[in-house]
Write a protein that binds this ligand. Structure first.
Ligand SMILES: Cc1cc2nc3c(=O)[nH]c(=O)nc-3n(C[C@H](O)[C@H](O)[C@H](O)COP(=O)(O)O)c2cc1C
Length: 140
């Protein structure tokens, strides 16, 4: 089953920018053979990752990522089937967030902001709403 999975976690203070580079290297090496695509948002204190692919592969990857010492307190905020991938060619696009806000795009609506805050707070969100927000954040 084609699915998506999104989680939020706390980036540890010991996780430097060069550690982020090494995470992205792992993504680029390991995700393509598994047909996993997605995006990683990070700030000084948080990670938000959205991945899409076969559900069993996603759950296995999430199990591995959860144990990574560069972050902790991972909370899955959205998981479920999707009709099609929204980032079919991105093995892990990434953006650094300035803070706990996502208003660097002019077309971000109040409802997108609510979705963002829910994710940041580890609250469940609907897959469609998460996808809509991330498509705006990562367009261009
Ligand atoms: C926030 C975060 C996101 C990660 N995302 C991925 C990922 O999408 N794919 C992946 O293979 N490893 C990811 N990792 C790294 C894994 O936890 C693990 O270190 C890595 O897969 C080890 O594989 P390697 O030794 O082949 O590099 C992530 C780690 C963190 C902290």
């Amino acid at each position: 089953m084609l699915a998506h999975l999104a989680y939020v976690s706390n980036r540890k203070s010991t996780c430097t920018e060069s550690e982020i580079e090494s995470i992205l290297k792992s993504c680029k090496k390991n995700n393509p053979p598994l047909n996993i695509t997605g995006v990683l948002l990070y700030s000084d204190t948080k990670f938000i990752q959205y991945v899409e692919g076969e559900s069993n592969e996603l759950l296995a990857l999430y199990d591995k990522i959860k144990k990574d010492p560069r972050h902790d307190k991972a909370v899955m905020v959205s998981y479920g089937p999707i009709a099609a991938k929204i980032f079919p060619s991105w093995h892990m696009a990434n953006r650094k967030l300035a803070g706990a806000e996502v208003d660097f795009k002019t077309d971000i609506t109040a409802s997108d902001k609510e979705v963002f805050h829910n994710i940041m707070n580890g609250q469940q969100e609907q897959g469609g709403r998460v996808q809509e927000l991330l498509q705006k954040v990562f367009k261009n």
